[in-house]
Design a protein around this ligand. Structure first.
Ligand code: GLU
Length: 291
């Protein structure tokens, strides 16, 4: 039997909280129970919001919790050249297009359209889909704008990508944390519209980096929060057009705050460092998240 490989993949753009602790500990427990290994990946492509201080804090928190991981740790900011090479392939295959609209322009475009009585479609997170205008730009106009150094992001042409794949996609989702059985979930990447594949000054996006790294690191089991459940459809599509293997997924329950809402990195009192300072032990944290 091949070695099962799990990963915990935090972003060092804030302090870890109880939700991260649950995710990390669950991955560790599953790796231990299956004789598999656990890898740690630092998802720091956003070089303005991610800082070495947050990364150091995160590593200290995880060590304090008693998490053990195989080395080397993969740090995404050290692999921009690899992401760029893959992006170049997608550009060559005409599966991505340059998207020039700024956030403000997108907002104005949508407000204008909604004023005329048309509800604008939104993705499962409630974010308005990217308008189709840039996809329709003639090649000459695209080239002109790029030559003039107009800033742009690369967006996936989701219809072209689906047509390229030519079949419906699904992924294997474990039914519970015993990882004993999976069910097939229909991938619906269209619900997200033309997602960003490379940001304005970064040759990748969360989705591109995650599918490439899961493949490169040989991840067999992606265990992460339910908040990423439906985004998995986008990742399945990227895996398919890039010819990458597909891991099996388990999207675990989220740890909610006292107000019943998802924890965020700005909620100080559920932060692991704050809990530690207040005298909590790693066992207290385990209990607090239900282990
Ligand atoms: N880096 C992501 C986060 O911190 C997790 C990505 C993933 O597990 O696929 O929310």
């Amino acid at each position: 039997m091949t070695l099962l490989t799990f990963r915990f993949a935090p972003s060092p753009n804030g302090e870890l909280h109880l939700g991260h602790a649950y995710s990390a500990l669950l991955n560790q427990q599953l790796a231990d129970a299956t004789g598999g290994r656990l890898l740690l990946r630092i998802e720091d492509i956003d070089t303005t919001r991610c800082t070495p201080q947050f990364e150091a804090g995160l590593l200290a928190d995880l060590k304090w919790l008693g998490l053990g991981w195989d080395v080397p740790v993969r740090r995404q900011s050290e692999h921009f050249a690899e992401y760029r090479a893959t992006l170049d392939r997608l550009v060559r295959d005409e599966l991505v297009y340059p998207a020039f609209m700024s956030r403000g322009e997108i907002r104005a475009f949508i407000t204008d359209s909604e004023k005329r009585g048309r509800d604008w479609p939104r993705d499962p997170d409630g974010v308005p889909l990217y308008p189709a205008a840039d996809k329709a730009l003639p090649v000459k106009e695209r080239k002109r704008r790029i030559a003039e150094n107009a800033p742009f992001a690369w967006r996936l042409d989701v219809d072209a990508a689906m047509a390229h794949v030519g079949k419906d996609l699904s992924w294997a989702e474990f039914v519970d944390e015993t990882l004993s059985a999976t069910r097939a979930i229909e991938a619906r990447p269209q619900d997200w519209g033309d997602v960003i594949v490379a940001r304005r000054d970064i040759p990748t996006s969360y989705h591109l980096a995650v599918v490439m790294d899961d493949a490169l690191q040989g991840i067999s089991h992606v265990v992460r929060g339910r908040d990423l459940f439906s985004a998995t459809g986008v990742q399945r599509l990227l895996q398919e057009i890039l010819g990458l293997p597909q891991p099996a997924y388990f999207h675990h329950r989220l740890i909610l705050g006292p107000d019943g809402r998802k924890l965020s990195k700005s909620l100080g009192d559920t932060g692991l460092a704050a809990l530690r300072r207040a005298g909590a032990s790693p066992d207290d944290v385990r209990r607090m998240v239900g282990f």
